[in-house]
Design a protein around this ligand. Structure first.
Ligand SMILES: NC(=O)c1ccc[n+]([C@@H]2O[C@H](COP(=O)([O-])OP(=O)(O)OC[C@H]3O[C@@H](n4cnc5c(N)ncnc54)[C@H](OP(=O)(O)O)[C@@H]3O)[C@@H](O)[C@H]2O)c1
Length: 290
């Protein structure tokens, strides 16, 4: 029998991911807090959260961060629908404490939970090429590999709750720092008069060679800050990473500076722009003008 999936969250990542499951033939309906996004998604949708939870066996959430996930699961509990035997998969990047908290609440209600944050952005999401790290019951993970295989190309089982989210946050310390140092180097090259295209081409054939530069080269050149991964999201992830590091007495020096750079980007009104807009911070610091 085809798995019945309810998908919640149709942001930059949720929409292409849910679309891939629909195209792969799953019996899927979507729901989004701003319901117009569900109506305009081109996917089968439910008007009400209650209806979605009632009718589906597997519920996948792809929201903003810890607060939105807590908020949404609370709403699910408040529907009063029995969730016994249902599987919930959260793919949002959340604080590991939130993952453990949600897992505990669900297990108490005889439901299952997999924590499955993703690495990669909108383009890998559209192509089904994400990397996915998963925590929770290994048997449940294996039973649902078909779903993960539609969404991603590299799937890793990480062990107990909290580990997948921790690894995801550690990955994003690298992502944020790479984006920042690439932007700093690029602004530096421009400030001293090197041709922008040439500077990025040399960097991509030198020490800057990375998935980040590959993904952001054209956006940096065109100063195209249309959003794939927002400043708000990387700031949220680095804030969780800093909290985790403090509690483990691990000094994350570079991550602290990087978080503050994205904090500056927020102060410049770039919160909803793509995180490559951190380039504007370096341009301002160096008083750069064309
Ligand atoms: N974008 C990327 O490149 C990327 C890559 C890897 C991982 N991630 C992670 O994936 C997750 C989703 O990212 P995204 O770029 O798709 O984010 P996004 O475009 O900002 O979408 C966020 C989604 O969460 C929903 N939401 C927010 N607060 C909510 C609440 N309190 N209750 C119910 N729904 C709520 C939004 O609903 P509304 O439409 O109603 O606002 C929207 O559907 C984030 O955790 C992010 O860190 C993103």
């Amino acid at each position: 029998m085809a798995k019945k999936i309810g998908w919640i969250g149709l942001g930059h990542m949720g929409l292409p991911m849910a679309t891939n499951l629909y195209n792969a033939g799953y019996d899927i309906h979507v729901w989004n807090r701003t319901i117009e996004k569900a109506k305009n998604s081109g996917l089968p949708y439910k008007e009400s959260l209650t209806e979605l939870i009632k009718e589906k066996d597997i519920i996948i959430t792809m929201l903003f961060g810890s607060e939105s996930v807590k908020d949404l699961y609370q709403k699910i509990f408040e529907t009063g629908v029995s969730i016994k035997g249902k599987l919930f998969i959260d793919m949002t990047t959340i604080h590991p404490d939130t993952a453990r908290e949600i897992a505990e609440q669900l297990v108490k209600k005889d439901a299952d939970f997999l924590e499955a944050p993703v690495l990669g952005s909108v383009i890998p999401a559209k192509k089904g090429l994400l990397t996915i790290v998963v925590s929770g019951d290994e048997e449940k993970f294996n039973e649902n590999m078909d779903i993960f295989n539609v969404l991603g190309k590299a799937i890793f089982y990480m062990g107990d709750y909290g580990i997948a989210s921790t690894m995801k946050l550690i990955n994003n310390t690298v992502l944020g720092s790479f984006m920042a140092v690439l932007s700093e180097a690029y602004a530096f090259a421009r400030k001293v008069g090197i041709d922008p295209q040439l500077a990025l081409t040399v960097l991509e054939n030198g020490a800057g060679k990375s998935l980040v530069l590959e993904a952001k080269k054209e956006k940096l050149l065109k100063e195209d800050y249309s959003t794939h991964f927002s400043v708000n999201l990387i700031h949220k992830d680095l804030t969780y990473a800093l909290d985790l590091a403090q509690r483990n007495r691990y000094p994350v020096l570079l991550t602290s500076v990087t978080r503050e750079l994205f904090n500056s980007a927020k102060a410049y009104g770039l919160s909803d722009k793509d995180f490559c807009a951190v380039l504007e911070v370096f341009k301002t610091l160096s008083n750069y003008e064309e």
